[in-house]
Design a binder for this molecule. Structure first.
Ligand code: C2E
Ligand code: MG
Ligand code: MG
Ligand code: MG
Length: 278
C-alpha cells in the first residue's frame, strides 16, 4: 500500500500536470489572438565579433500575456509549431525586424540582424519569396540579415537544402543554431550549405570547469575553421569564457556577460551610450 507521503507526492504530481495542461491549452487558444492584440514583442540581444568589433543583434520573441505576464519562446514556440501558427508569427517577426533594423543602422552602419527561423517555416514553399519581399520593401541588403535555424527533429533535410541554397544565393547568411544538441548535428553540417554555426550554450556555460565541455567546444571550433565556416559561441556568461574562446580562435560571442536580451529602445540606448559590457 502507498504511504501517506507517497500519496501526497502522487497527488501533487498529478495536480501539477493537470495545471500545466490547462496552461498549455489556454496558451494555445490565446496565441491565436496574441498577434492581433499586440501582445508579441521582439527583444534584441547583441552578438559581438571581438576581432572586427562589429555587432549583430539577434531578435528574440517575447509574449506579454495579459494574465500570465511575460512568456518565453521555449514555452510558446513549440505550441505555435504544432498548430502551424508559427508561419504567421514568423512573418510578423520578420516584418518587425525589418522595421527595427533602420533604428540600429542609424546608430551604426555596420550592424546586422539575426532572426530565428523555425524548421516548420521552411516547409512553406513561399518562405524564400516572403523573406525576399520583406527586405526589398525596407531596402535592406540580404547580407545584413542572418537566419538562425535550430537543428532539431523538425528540420527536414530535403526542403531545407533547397531553401538554404536559394537563400544563400540571394545573399542571406545562414546559421545552424544550437549546434551540437541534435542527434544529427554532423549530418546537418554535412548536408546543408550554411555559413556559420552557433555552438549551443549548454557547452559554453560550464566549459571553465567541465573538461568535457571544453574539449567539445574546442573540437567544434576546429571543425568550423577546417570547413571554412564562421562560428559563434552563445551562453557566454563570464570574462573567463571570452578568454578561453579567444584562445581557441572563436571571435564571435553572445551571452549575458555582454547583455541579456532587451526591448528595442533599451538596446538602442545601450548601443548609443556604448555601455555594453566589454
Ligand atoms: P536561441 O536562438 O538559441 O537563443 C538563445 C537563447 O539563450 C535565448 O533565450 C537567450 O536569451 C538565451 N541566452 C543568451 N545568452 C545566454 C546566457 O549567457 N546564459 C543563458 N542562460 N541564456 C542565454 P530565449 O530568448 O528564451 O529564446 C529561446 C529560444 O526560442 C531561442 O533559442 C530560439 O530557438 C527560440 N526563438 C526565440 N525567438 C524566436 C522567433 O522569433 N522565432 C522562432 N522560430 N524561434 C524563436
Ligand atoms: Mg538563435
Ligand atoms: Mg542558439
Ligand atoms: Mg539555444
Amino acid at each position: 500500500a502507498k504511504s501517506k507521503e507517497d500519496r501526497h507526492i502522487y497527488i501533487t504530481f498529478a495536480q501539477n500536470h493537470f495545471e500545466s495542461d490547462i496552461r498549455q491549452n489556454t496558451l494555445e487558444q490565446d496565441l491565436s489572438y496574441a498577434q492581433k492584440k499586440n501582445e508579441l514583442e521582439v527583444y534584441y540581444q547583441p552578438k559581438l565579433n571581438i576581432q572586427k568589433n562589429v555587432y549583430n543583434f539577434e531578435a528574440l520573441l517575447r509574449w506579454n500575456h495579459p494574465k500570465f505576464g511575460m512568456i518565453l519562446p521555449n514555452e510558446f514556440i513549440p505550441i505555435a509549431e504544432r498548430n502551424q501558427s508559427i508561419t504567421s508569427i514568423g512573418r510578423w517577426v520578420l516584418k518587425q525586424v525589418c522595421k527595427d533594423f533602420q533604428a540600429f543602422q542609424e546608430i551604426n552602419k555596420n550592424i546586422s540582424i539575426a532572426v530565428n527561423i523555425s524548421p516548420v517555416q521552411l516547409n512553406d514553399p513561399r518562405f524564400v519569396q516572403q523573406i525576399k519581399e520583406a527586405v526589398l520593401e525596407y531596402s535592406i541588403e540580404p547580407k545584413a540579415i542572418e537566419l538562425e535555424i535550430t537543428e532539431n527533429d523538425l528540420l527536414n533535410l530535403d526542403s531545407a537544402q533547397k531553401q538554404f541554397e536559394e537563400l544563400s544565393y540571394e545573399g542571406f547568411s545562414i546559421v545552424l543554431d544550437d549546434f551540437g544538441t541534435s542527434y544529427s548535428s554532423l549530418n546537418y553540417l554535412k548536408e546543408l550549405s550554411v555559413q556559420k554555426i552557433k555552438i549551443d550554450k549548454s557547452f559554453i556555460m560550464n566549459m571553465d570547469y567541465y573538461q568535457k565541455d571544453y574539449q567539445i567546444v574546442q573540437m567544434i571550433i576546429k571543425l568550423a575553421k577546417n570547413l571554412d565556416l564562421e562560428v559563434t559561441a552563445e551562453g557566454v556568461e563570464k570574462w573567463k569564457h571570452i578568454e578561453m574562446l579567444s584562445k581557441m580562435d572563436c571571435t564571435e560571442i553572445q551571452g549575458y556577460y555582454l547583455s541579456k536580451p532587451l526591448p528595442l529602445q533599451d538596446m538602442l540606448e545601450k548601443l548609443k551610450d556604448n555601455t555594453m559590457n566589454i
